[in-house]
Each structure stands twice: as structure tokens, then as C-alpha cells.
Design a protein around this ligand. Sequence first.
Ligand SMILES: Cc1cc2nc3c(=O)[nH]c(=O)nc-3n(C[C@H](O)[C@H](O)[C@H](O)COP(=O)(O)O)c2cc1C
Length: 346
Amino acid sequence: MAKGVGFFCFVFRQHERCSVLEANPQENTGRRSRKLVTMDLRTRYLGLDLAHPFMPGASPLDDLDMVLRLEDAGAAAIVMHSLFQEDIEQHGAATDAYVERLLRIKRRVRVPVIASLNGTTAAGWLRYARIIERGGADALELNFYHVATDPTEDGRTVERRLVDIVAVLKESVAIPLAVKLSPFYSALPHLAGELDRIGADGLVLFNRFYQADIDPVHREPVPTLHYSDSSELLMRLRWIAILAGRVRGSLALTGGAHTLLDAVKAVLAGADVVQMVSAIMSRGPAALTDVITGFGRWADEQHYGSLSEMRGAASLARCRNPLDYERANYLQVLRGARNTLSIAGH
Ligand SMILES: Cc1cc2nc3c(=O)[nH]c(=O)nc-3n(C[C@H](O)[C@H](O)[C@H](O)COP(=O)(O)O)c2cc1C
């Protein structure tokens, strides 16, 4: 990149090459000289063409003002917060309000809009998915949030219920469906394979569980919300890397993506897209812009020729030592710790 370039601006448009544009301050003519400096970041996710892999995740970041700011910041798509079946049952108007928001967003943005649904019954999933589809969403995230507290229900039954719901939705709804999962499935690759087989268009890994704390005086669970940090990325990287290349559908990483290098690692693991929430909640839309503008430059510096060359380069299927994703890394870390860590009092 030419020296003396004062600042960057960038333009992202669907169906165009994603480019970082140089603005030369010495030519202060009001027009910016364009020079393409990064590789082509266009990608496909859930069958949608995106300018690049980076977007906000499902969250309250979907009021119209914020959505417009996020589109200006370069978001490749908008993901709406979930419509919860409990909210519909408590306030009949929740569905109308959600669809109105969806329509308002769709009217104003050019990027795809992905809605999100969290149901509690098979009939509810079906009914509200159809309403969201009629509202014009480009795709739908199915936000499964099940906490297995029933000791009489085995894991197979929990998984079967999930797969059956997705199968019914796939038969009844035409827009692409992504399944957002929690990390607490005992044999995730098998479940992912089942979802793939019935036609799920993508997996979103992983939902973040908002762990209840305990109020020790009143002996009650207390809801807590704290934003993630990059340490939460590691579990996602591992499972995306294990699944990459083994499912036909798309893979989205959500959880712990804060920095440019977090995003780079997610793509190297095999993510088709990277969703960010905590980073944007904490630092504003600039957190997304930093990743988008930095990513192509980083890839160029590392001499990658294309996004597809990068995607999955560190996955289980392509890494030099696949055992690292299984037991080898675990052994290595614990053996190393035995030799190097000092323990208080010894
Ligand atoms: C305040 C807040 C609200 C959220 N609301 C939703 C939601 O409605 N639906 C959903 O699927 N995920 C929701 N999430 C989870 C995020 O989409 C995301 O999966 C999670 O925060 C991990 O990503 P992060 O580390 O980038 O924050 C929410 C997260 C936060 C912090």
C-alpha cells in the first residue's frame, strides 16, 4: 500500500468485490481515488451472496438506527434478535411488532436480513417460522436453547426432537434455515450430520448460555449477563475446525470474536461467516469495521490468494497433525504444565 495514505474508507456492496479504498488527502478534490488493495472476500452463506464473512449476531443491535449504522460500518448481513414463543404467548402483539421491525429493516438496507426464532413447541416453531418468512426475511436462524434438566430424558430424545422440528420446518418453509446450537451435545459431529442430511442450510456455533448465579442469602438463581471475551473463541474454533469440510451446509461462528485475529482464526478453522455481538455492544460498529478492513490486508500480507484458500486451512481435515484436535493437544498441555508450572507453597 502506498506510503502517505492518510486514511481508509471502504465500500461494501452485495455482488461487488469487497475492497479497501485508499483516499489520498493531497488530492482533496472531494472525490476519492480508488485502488483495490485486498483480496476478494465475497462469500456464500446459507445460499446468500455476501460481500464478506463478517456480520453482527442475533441481539438487540437491530433497532433501525443501529442497523443503518451497522450497514454503514460494512456489515455483510443483519441478524435480528430472536422472536421468543414465550413473548408471543405473554404479549399477543409480539409477532406483529417483530414482523413490522423486519419490514422496516428490509425496506432500508441492501444487505440480506436474517431473522431469528426461538420456539418452545413444534406447532409454535412452524407457525412463527411461516409468519417470519411471509414478512420477507432472507433466511431464518433457529435458536435452539434447551437446558436438559429432566433425568428421564436421554440425549438421543433431545436430539431427535431438535432434528424433527428442523425437518418439519425444512418441508414447510422455503427460506434458508440455520440452526443455532449450544455446545452441550455429546456427539456433535453426528448431530451436525443428521441436520445436514435433512437439509439444514447451516449451523451457528455456539449459543452462549447465560449461566445463572446464586444469591447466597435468598438461595435463588440470579440471572447474569456479561459480555464475552476472546477466550470464549477457543471452544468455537475447535468445533468449527472439526466440522469444516464434513457438512455440506454453511458454518457460522458466534462467540468470542472480538479482534481481527479472532476473525482470521475463525475463517482458518473453517467458518463461512463470523458473527460479532459483545464486541459491537462494547465498542460500537467500529469493532466490525476494524475486522472487515483489517482482514483482507492480513490475508494479503500472508500471501493468501483467495478466501476459499484460507477457509478451513487449519481445520481437522486439513491440519498437519489431526490428532491435535483430539487427545494430543490435551496431553501435551498437561505434560508441559507438570514440568513448567510452579505451584504456590512448593
Ligand atoms: C444482550 C444480548 C442479547 C442476545 N440476544 C440473542 C437473541 O435474541 N437470539 C440469539 O440467538 N442470540 C442472542 N444473543 C447471543 C448472541 O447472538 C451471540 O451468540 C453471543 O453473544 C456470543 O457472541 P459474542 O461473543 O460475539 O457476544 C444475545 C447476546 C447478547 C449479549
